[in-house]
Design a protein around this ligand. Structure first.
Ligand code: NAD
Ligand code: IPM
Ligand code: MN
Length: 365
């Protein structure tokens, strides 16, 4: 039987709650396909700060690098919000992404028929939305130099950051985006701010050059402010979106609300080589942490992406996605996607329903 080493990074807030559910689902779906997993749980974020004083311990990164795939819950919380930059949980996550070289972040947003009523948009607007945000993840303003605090000529305190992209960074994310669009509906929209920012002007030029290698993909460009508006006005116009680190962060949270809840959106962070990092797009949700209220489905669906993109185990990935759909079909909901007439469950309970569904698929096949 096949064996894989998985690094679990539960992190903070609801992270440990949703990772625990997803781990059980992964174990069961794997065992049906003759796959065994060996898990190693490592600290990251606030949990690591409390334990060893840094948000990404060297050992966490080296264990992660040596594994076949990494599952992250979420990091951050009030307790560490006023820490210095290098001692923030968020810095640990950025170091992890950079350390693994996972420059491509795939963030799908699909409106499931079961959840059309959970969207805050009109049914006819939300129905049938199926888009993929390809977010550049290891460059741009998150990492650009120079950055820091200082003084201006009046002696006032300033904080500054740099939005910077090199051609190789744009080319490699563009390649992933064109390949992604090619496997979907063949439409790619590149989102930038090329009317103002030099980094975006270069972005647009390189993405346009890359298009000549993908004659089967229809490329369009859109300014980010318009894209934010169009996502709400008519989200069905989008198939694949490619954009920089910060615009991708914002637009994917926005896209999540088309689908009903940020608690539903998974993601895959992939590099040129080495293990992928798989994480829900949501954060540690400190407002509901420790109350068994979190929606674990974003993390469960991240495990499906881990199987598909990280381990090439398509069957197990499908089993999990089907189990999530079946759980929703049966009317089970967490608070964030609840609507009248449905059955409200906690994080653990809905996890158990997904497990039952995974189990029942075994009997059929
Ligand atoms: P958040 O995503 O944690 O929460 C935003 C809102 O969505 C909250 O009301 C929360 O309760 C709700 N929510 C999020 N996930 C949910 C789930 N699975 N089920 C039900 N409801 C859910 O964003 P925030 O409040 O801006 O940030 C909180 C902390 O998380 C901050 O420290 C932030 O830096 C961190 N953060 C981490 C990640 C990550 O680890 N990848 C991502 C975003 C934010
Ligand atoms: C995300 C988060 C992170 C980001 C933060 C916590 C560093 O918002 O994963 O979307 O901005 O990338
Ligand atoms: Mn975010």
């Amino acid at each position: 039987s096949k064996r894989y080493n998985i690094t679990l990074l539960p992190g903070d807030g609801i992270g440990p709650e949703v990772v625990s559910v997803a781990k059980n689902v992964l174990t069961l779906a794997g065992s049906q396909q003759g796959i065994e997993f060996e898990f190693r749980e490592m600290p990251v974020g606030g949990a690591a700060l409390d334990l060893v004083g840094v948000p990404l311990p060297d050992e966490t990164l080296s264990v992660a690098k040596q594994s076949d795939a990494i599952l992250l819950g979420a990091i951050g919380g009030y307790k560490w919000d006023n820490n210095e930059k290098h001692l923030k949980p968020e810095t640990g996550l950025l170091q992890l992404r950079a350390g693994l070289g996972v420059f491509a972040n795939l963030r799908p947003a699909t409106v499931l028929p079961q959840l059309v009523d959970s969207s805050t948009l009109k049914k006819e607007v939300a129905e049938g939305v199926d888009l993929m945000v390809v977010r550049e993840l290891t460059g741009g303003i998150y990492f650009g130099q120079p950055r820091g605090f200082g003084k201006n000529e009046k002696g006032e305190e300033i904080g500054f950051n740099t939005e910077v992209y090199a051609t190789y960074e744009i080319d490699r994310i563009a390649r992933v985006a064109f390949e992604t669009a090619r496997k979907r509906r063949g439409k790619l929209c590149s989102v930038d701010k090329a009317n103002v920012l030099e980094a975006s002007m270069l972005w647009r030029k390189r993405v346009t050059m890359m298009a000549s290698h993908y004659p089967d993909v229809e490329l369009t460009h859109m300014y980010v402010d318009n894209a934010a508006m169009q996502l709400i006005r008519d989200p069905k116009q989008f198939d694949t979106i490619v954009t920089n680190n910060i615009f991708g962060d914002i637009l994917s949270d926005e896209a999540s609300m088309l689908t009903g809840s940020i608690g539903m959106l998974p993601s895959a962070c992939l590099g040129e080589s080495g293990p992928g990092l798989f994480e829900p797009i949501h954060g540690s949700a400190p407002d509901i942490a420790g109350q068994d209220k979190a929606n674990p489905l974003a993390t469960v669906l991240s495990v499906a992406m881990l199987l598909r993109y990280g381990l090439q185990e398509e069957n197990a990935a499908r089993t999990i996605e089907n189990a999530v759909l079946e759980t929703l079909n049966k009317g089970f909901r967490t608070g964030d996607i609840f609507s009248t007439g449905k059955k409200l469950l906690g994080c653990k309970e809905i996890g158990e329903e997904v497990m039952k569904s995974v189990g029942s698929q075994e009997k059929v096949s």
